[in-house]
Design a protein around this ligand. Structure first.
Ligand code: URQ
Ligand code: ZN
Ligand code: ZN
Length: 480
């Protein structure tokens, strides 16, 4: 791999922006500074005054996920290639064991699937059941495999849903290991009941999906997970926060000093629940994901959460199913495979709705699309920052270029685009992944298998959680 000098741009990190060149050597950033000399034989890329930003990190994707009786259309090659086409160079995907499946077996399976990845990847591992072997495997995953986050689905009853006993056991184990528990916060029992009630009323189309998962169903689970984490004194990361109620629950907990972090999807920041009332089944079903897109007004509260620092990362939950897969639920909305795409469009959508509207500065954009995810999952500044020694994951960002997002031009293998027809201003023109130029003015040169598995170290040494907690256990002052 030849050295690559990116010259004449404005570097934007989460803390500041400044005019500087970036030199990439052997997959790492060798230097960031003014007027850097090009080593002999180096390629030189003229940034032409564009922004030079850290490669995006999407902390929530599902490539080739087996789910609801089918498998998502994007695999680890097509999904990471699509990501790099939009300026995202690292994904954190999910190993999701079946109940009673050993975590290590599932982990090895997903590692095998991901070997084809074109871009870098890492895994949250879901805890979908509990016994002593799960406790043991969590230790192996943290200590030997570089996993530092464990996912818990509080929804999806009769499938991968966790009960409170599993949440408590797993959260406590995560604390012992220095790992971050994360949750999909929807009350799965309420969803199950409300789905049955909608169908009993004869509501069988996609319009039944949001009716069976109102914001209160999410907020209950978010508050419960936050409360359990508070008692156990463990940090917690809430994925795809979609509604004002959950955002407020997180803000309240943080105001009381609790370590709670929130993730927001590009879709929840820009779309609303009117999509489910569209008479075209394919259109409405194409937007079926959980939590659902919400009534107007919620998105603004999510933006305020990002602006205030009470919500921290943006993601996509990229989980693509095609029309014929979604058609499984043509006569019963609860059978529509849940999931939408977005891994390619996230940065442009967040820039257009965030920076172009004045909600976010370019540095805050970098924070919520890259740096914060790197910090929360302990790979900063290797990822999420343009600094000497970091991985050479670099994106040229043209704030003036426009693009109309469409299924016709997307790289995802999905046949639907929730951002269809949206014209954005601000796009990635060049993407460098591990020092390799993989996108140049629309020419995508993703290399199958070039992606690396990213190990994420635990947060500090293992310690005796109960002993630590006893030391910390001053009664929490009750806010009046
Ligand atoms: O719930 C998730 O995050 C996975 C199963 C993707 N599907 C979805 O609707 N969000
Ligand atoms: Zn989820
Ligand atoms: Zn997900």
């Amino acid at each position: 791999m030849k050295p690559l000098l990116i010259r004449g741009g404005t570097v934007v990190n989460a803390d500041r922006e400044f005019r500087a060149d970036v030199l990439c050597v052997d997959g790492r950033i060798a230097a960031v500074g003014a007027n850097l000399a090009a080593p002999a034989g180096a390629d030189v890329l003229d940034a032409g005054g564009r922004y030079v930003i850290p490669g995006g990190i999407d902390p929530h994707t599902h490539m080739q996920l087996p789910f609801m009786g089918t498998v998502t259309r994007d695999d680890f090659y097509s999904g990471t290639a699509a990501a790099m086409a939009g300026g995202t160079t690292t994904i954190i995907d999910f190993v999701i064991p079946d109940p009673k499946q050993p975590l290590m077996d599932a982990y090895r399976t997903w590692r095998g699937w991901a070997e084809k990845a074109a871009g870098d990847y890492s895994f949250h591992v879901a805890v979908t059941w509990w016994d002593e072997s799960v406790r043991r495997d969590m230790g192996t995953l943290v200590q030997d495999e570089g996993v530092n986050s464990f996912k818990h689905f509080m929804a999806y009853k009769n499938a991968i849903m966790c009960d409170d006993e599993t949440l408590v056991n797993s959260f406590k184990r995560a604390l012992e290991l220095g790992a971050m528990p994360t949750v999909h916060a929807e009350n799965g029992e309420l969803v199950f009941l409300l789905q049955a009630e909608m169908k009993a009323k004869g509501i069988l189309g996609p319009e039944g999906h949001p009716l069976s998962r109102p914001p209160a169903v999410e907020a209950e689970a978010a508050q419960r997970a936050i409360a359990i984490a508070d008692v156990l004194n463990v940090p917690i990361y809430v994925v795809h926060v979609s509604c004002a109620e959950s955002a407020e629950a997180i803000a309240r907990a943080r105001a009381r000093g609790q370590r709670v972090y929130g993730e927001v999807l590009a879709g929840h920041l820009t779309l609303d629940d009117s999509v489910y009332r569209d008479p075209r089944f394919e259109f409405a079903a194409g937007h079926v994901m959980s939590p659902p897109f919400r009534p107007k007004g919620h998105a603004q509260m999510l933006w305020r959460g990002l602006q205030s620092g009470n919500l921290h990362t943006t993601a996509t939950d990229h989980c693509t199913f095609c029309a014929e897969q979604k058609a499984a639920g043509r006569d019963d909305f609860s059978k529509i495979p849940n999931g939408c795409g977005g891994v390619e469009e996230r940065l442009a959508v967040i820039w257009d709705e965030g920076v172009n509207t004045g909600r976010l500065t370019p540095s805050e954009f970098v924070a919520v699309t890259s740096a914060n995810a790197a910090k929360l999952f302990n790979i900063y500044p290797r990822k999420g920052c343009l600094v000497e020694g970091a991985d050479a994951d670099v994106v040229l960002w043209d704030p003036k270029a426009t693009k109309t997002l469409s299924v016709k031009t997307q790289r995802s293998l999905g046949d639907f685009n929730v951002f269809e027809g949206r014209t954005v201003t601000g796009v990635a023109t060049h993407t460098v992944s591990g020092g390799r130029l993989v996108l140049a003015d629309g020419d995508l040169r993703a290399v199958r298998g070039a992606g690396q598995y990213v190990k994420r170290p635990p947060f500090g040494p293992p310690f005796d959680a109960l002993a630590r907690k006893a030391a910390l256990d001053a009664p929490t002052p009750v806010a009046r």
